[in-house]
Every structure is written in C-alpha cells, then in structure tokens.
Write a protein that binds this ligand. Structure first.
Ligand SMILES: NC(=O)c1ccc[n+]([C@@H]2O[C@H](COP(=O)([O-])OP(=O)(O)OC[C@H]3O[C@@H](n4cnc5c(N)ncnc54)[C@H](OP(=O)(O)O)[C@@H]3O)[C@@H](O)[C@H]2O)c1
Length: 245
C-alpha cells in the first residue's frame, strides 16, 4: 500500500507494545525505523526482532539533556511517532492523589510535548508527528478522570499544531484497550478480565454503537501507520484517527 523506502521514522517508545508493533508495520513498508526507550536491553531484543530495517537509541525522553543528545545523534527524520507511556493518574476522583496525577502528567503529557517540540528542527517539514493519546480522553469511564485529563491535554495540542506547523502533519491516535505490557501493573487475572471485557466496556461508554471499537488493535496500529504514511492531508491533518474511519 505504501512505499516507505528511504523514509526515516523515529518511534519514541518503540521497544514495546503499540510502538513496537507500529515499527513492524512500517518496516514491512520498507521504512527505516529508529526505536527508542529507556531500557537498553529491551531495545536490543526489539531491534533484533525487527531485523535490518531497525536501529535503536536508548534515552529517557523525560530528561531534557538526554533528549537533546539523542535527537542530535539520530539526526534528520521524516516522521516522529510518540508512544511513550505514562502510568500514574488512574483511580477514583475522591481519592486521586494530586502527586500521582502530577507524576502522570510529567511522564506522559510533558514528555510528549517536549519531545515533539525538540524534534521539530530535525523533522522533514513535509513529514509528520503522531501522538498516541488514549480513548480515556473522550470516554466517560469512572476512575479515569486523571488519565482523561492527561490524554485530553495531548489531544488539545493537535489541532493548533496542525495549522501552526503545516505542511508538517500533526495527528493523534487514541487507542482503546490494547493487549500490551502497559497492563502489567494488573494481576494476570485482572489483566485477562480487562481485555476480555473490553467490548462490554466500550459498548457501555458509547451507548452500544461500538464505533470506537475501531480504535483497538490492530486498528490502532493501522491508524498510526496511516498518520505517518498518508499524504492525504485533507483527511489526516489535525484529526484524531477515531474520527477518520
Ligand atoms: N495499551 C493500551 O491499552 C493503551 C490504551 C490507551 C492508550 N495507550 C497509550 O499508548 C501508548 C503506548 O502504550 P503501550 O500499551 O504500547 O505501552 P508499553 O508497551 O508500556 O510501551 C511504552 C513504551 O514507552 C517507553 N517509555 C516510557 N516512558 C519513557 C521515557 N520516559 N523515555 C523513553 N521511553 C519511555 C517504554 O520503554 P522503557 O520502559 O524501556 O522506557 C516502552 O517502549 C501510551 O501512551 C499509552 O498510554 C495504551
């Protein structure tokens, strides 16, 4: 479908989950993919799994010096995909700790923001930035107000940036529930139950329409790949892919 020969894509958070699967898709389309993450060993095994189209750079995207060094080392890029995870910020509002939510914002919102901003000098002006937010930003699920706020803040960046930075395309993909190591904070049984119940969960939130089920894997991956690879700017500029089905 796409020919991404000679196209360089950085996937921040590409050593695991959605980022790693996106890397596989893009390499299938012949892209040259640089995956990043903090854990060098995890990156090494991901790079081996991906094969010759992949290389990796280990750094903490939350650290401004490490970020600057890594971006300089990676050099020119056509596309940036940000799948960095956060973690903190879930839980019932009455007991949600401000410290946890601030940590969640630091880990996800601020790293996505800072990495996107710092990468701009290296990005092809006709390339793209794709943020990976979360369905919690649009959902109405109890216990996710903190996560919703973090991901809504990321999505809030998208439309103004899509205009301000054009012709660079800026999009966000909002996954539903995707089976990745992100859920490892749950026990094995809780994780299984959550993944099993996701259809009911979204049917409940979206009044049985099931529309947003299209956000789940593999659609999440396909949507990220489309945001990167498509040059149909009218469709894939400043839109969340859940609106682009
Ligand atoms: N899975 C889901 O159901 C789901 C649902 C909605 C939204 N999402 C969102 O989708 C995105 C990807 O999630 P995932 O499920 O693929 O998670 P994942 O499997 O845990 O992958 C997260 C990736 O981010 C890297 N990372 C995290 N913090 C980093 C930092 N400060 N600097 C550099 N790398 C960092 C991790 O590597 P290291 O740990 O080695 O740094 C890893 O490569 C996240 O933003 C998540 O919130 C996921």
């Amino acid at each position: 479908m796409f020919d991404l020969r000679d196209v360089r894509v950085m996937i921040a958070g590409g050593s695991s989950g959605i980022g790693l699967s996106t890397a596989k898709f893009l390499i299938d389309y012949k892209a040259s993919v640089i995956i990043t993450g903090r854990d060098a060993r995890k990156l090494e095994s991901a790079t081996q799994l991906l094969g010759p189209g992949a290389s990796s750079v280990a750094f903490d995207a939350a650290n401004s010096e490490a970020r600057a060094e890594a971006l300089a080392r990676i050099g020119k890029l056509d596309h940036l995909v940000i799948t960095l995870s956060g973690g903190k910020g879930a839980g019932p509002f009455r007991t949600l700790s401000e410290a946890d939510l601030r940590t969640g914002f630091e880990a996800k919102f601020w790293t996505h923001f800072s990495l996107a901003r710092d990468a701009i000098p290296y990005l092809n002006p006709e390339g793209s930035i794709t943020f990976v937010s979360a369905i919690s930003a649009k959902a109405a699920n109890p216990g996710t107000a903190g996560l919703a706020a973090i991901n809504a803040a990321i999505e809030g960046l998208v439309k103004p940036l899509a205009v301000e930075l054009q012709p660079l395309r800026v999009n966000a993909v909002a996954p539903g529930v995707v089976d990745t190591p992100w859920w490892d904070w749950l026990s094995e049984d809780q994780k299984k139950a959550t993944l099993r119940n996701k259809a009911d969960f979204f049917a409940l939130i979206y009044d049985g329409k099931g529309f947003f089920l299209t956000d789940e894997s593999p659609h999440t991956l396909v949507n990220v790949v489309f945001c990167v690879a498509s040059k149909l700017e009218t469709n894939l500029q400043g839109l969340f892919t859940s609106l682009v089905q």
